[in-house]
Write a protein that binds this ligand. Structure first.
Ligand code: FMN
Length: 299
């Protein structure tokens, strides 16, 4: 490992280390107005949700590393503490990027990037019609994190109204994550997007706790075949199979073949059982995988 002390490198260098490692970051596409009602629209990937009750979003327009100037979004919010945080999906990513151009004071990036303004219901800045989800927010507080170039300014926003495109909603009015092609910022000029085929689920027992790594049998924990992800999935079960279940599994054709072929070869048997269990794990059948893995403990 290389160690990097932020004090030993330039702000621009450490900025790059932070932004490449802390990724992918969601993008707050922030629409604000100045005291004369001029509209501004800019993206910010120092952004996340921090509370559900009250519903709080925070993003951070930083002082420019280059010359320590502040951004229009921050200047506007200090005068009119209201913002729409629009969510960015793949169909609008190029137009979103265009709005990050440093246009002059008072230039409306809705116009520059071809977005459509829709009036908000509770605040003055408009929302982006093309965004899949938009949050109307009142700014509770702006917390400057420093006075030099690169210093962030936390804009703490309370959501007062959310707008969601109808086709994204499930029958119980939640957002279907597989339908939302979200875009996120990586380091440099890189982005990533979510889609149904790049997403995966991790089942989590909510009512009781998983058994944990410390309860894995030695042969499983030090497997030559199973990865940390496989072990994590195995350690996530609430209980191990019963002796009867393990016995029943030993009589299935695929397991009994391994037990017969590797009767004298403990290492080979473990490897084959672990390879078979891995297939079931990857198919989401964790209980079956456990019944296979515990054969070597009981043969
Ligand atoms: C995807 C993306 C994410 C960005 N995230 C941030 C950020 O978190 N903080 C920041 O200060 N600037 C960020 N920028 C740069 C600003 O969008 C850019 O400085 C913009 O010109 C600011 O506009 P404004 O002066 O109208 O507020 C980002 C740019 C892009 C394209």
């Amino acid at each position: 490992m290389t160690t990097i002390d932020p004090k030993d490198v330039s702000t621009a260098h450490f900025h790059s280390v932070l932004l490449t490692a802390v990724a992918p970051r969601p993008i707050a596409f922030a629409s604000t107005i100045d005291e004369n009602g001029n509209v501004n629209l800019s993206p910010f990937s120092f952004f996340n949700a921090f509370s559900a009750n009250p519903p709080i979003l925070v993003f951070s327009p930083a002082r420019r590393v280059r010359d320590n100037t502040t951004k229009h979004t921050l200047d506007n919010i200090l005068k009119v503490p209201e913002v729409v945080i629009n969510i960015v999906d793949y169909p609008i990513v190029e137009q979103m990027s265009l709005t990050s151009t440093e246009y002059g004071d008072g230039v409306n990036e809705f116009v520059k990037a071809g977005f459509t303004e829709v009036s908000s219901e509770h605040i003055r800045p408009p929302r982006v019609k093309e965004s899949p989800v938009a949050f109307e927010c009142k700014v509770l507080e702006v917390k400057p994190l420093g006075e030099n170039g690169g210093a962030g300014n936390l804009v703490i926003c309370e959501v007062v109204l959310a707008h969601v495109q109808d086709h994204l909603l499930t029958t119980d009015h939640k957002i279907d994550p597989t339908k939302l092609e979200l875009v996120a910022r990586m380091g440099g000029n890189w982005y990533t997007k979510t889609s149904a085929d790049t997403m995966f689920e991790i089942p989590k027992p909510l009512s009781t706790m998983g058994i944990g790594f410390d309860q894995l049998p030695e042969s499983v924990r030090h497997s030559q075949v199973l990865t940390g992800n496989h072990l994590g999935r195995l350690a996530n079960v609430e209980s191990l199979p019963t002796k009867d279940e393990i016995l029943a599994m030993s009589k299935t054709p695929e397991v009994s073949a391994i037990l017969e072929n590797f009767g004298d070869d403990e290492e080979g048997m473990d490897r084959e059982l672990h390879l078979l269990a891995m297939q079931y794990l990857e198919a989401g059948q964790t209980d079956t995988a456990w019944q296979i893995l515990l054969q070597s403990e009981h043969y």
